[in-house]
Design a binder for this molecule. Structure first.
Ligand SMILES: O=c1ccn([C@H]2C[C@H](O)[C@@H](CO)O2)c(=O)[nH]1
Ligand SMILES: [Zn+2]
Length: 134
């Protein structure tokens, strides 16, 4: 059984490390991998705005680059009126690596919405969508 409360607490502490001088909107994420490890992610912004990195991609990249490529669940949290809504780029990123991974969207008041990347990105572009045209 996944301890979602624990995962959410990890996402909240990751959120405190967000670097957000531009938006002032802090997001945290925590991903549990198959080996039982937890990787943190936070959004890291940039003066060149499109370079901003979201919390979700930051957490998954940290896990993946540590050799942890099987994801059990991810929690994402922000100080939003309801559970945070991941951006389109993160939906696509999560869809590639773990389309059916449980995703817990949350806010600081512990309002939560369980979902999956597949649910968050209907008709998402996948490896099978790539066909050679030469
Ligand atoms: O799910 C989300 C939504 C937004 N952001 C970040 C990107 C940017 O730094 C800031 C404002 O969009 O929030 C995330 O990290 N995750
Ligand atoms: Zn994003």
């Amino acid at each position: 059984m996944v301890d979602y409360q624990m995962l959410l607490e990890n996402a909240k502490s990751a959120r405190e490390r967000a670097y957000t001088p531009y938006s002032r909107f802090k997001v945290g994420a925590a991903v549990l991998t198959a080996s039982g490890r937890i990787f943190h992610g936070c959004n890291i912004e940039n003066a060149a705005y499109p370079v901003c990195l979201c919390a979700e991609r930051s957490a998954l990249a940290a896990a993946w680059s540590a050799g942890e490529t099987e994801f059990v669940a991810i929690a994402v949290v922000a100080d939003t009126p309801g559970p945070v809504a991941p951006c389109g780029m993160c939906r696509q990123f999560m869809f590639e690596l773990a389309p059916d991974m449980p995703v817990l969207l949350a806010n600081l008041a512990d309002q939560t919405q369980p979902t999956t990347p597949r649910e968050l990105l209907p008709g998402g572009f996948a490896r099978e969508s790539l066909t050679a045209n030469d």
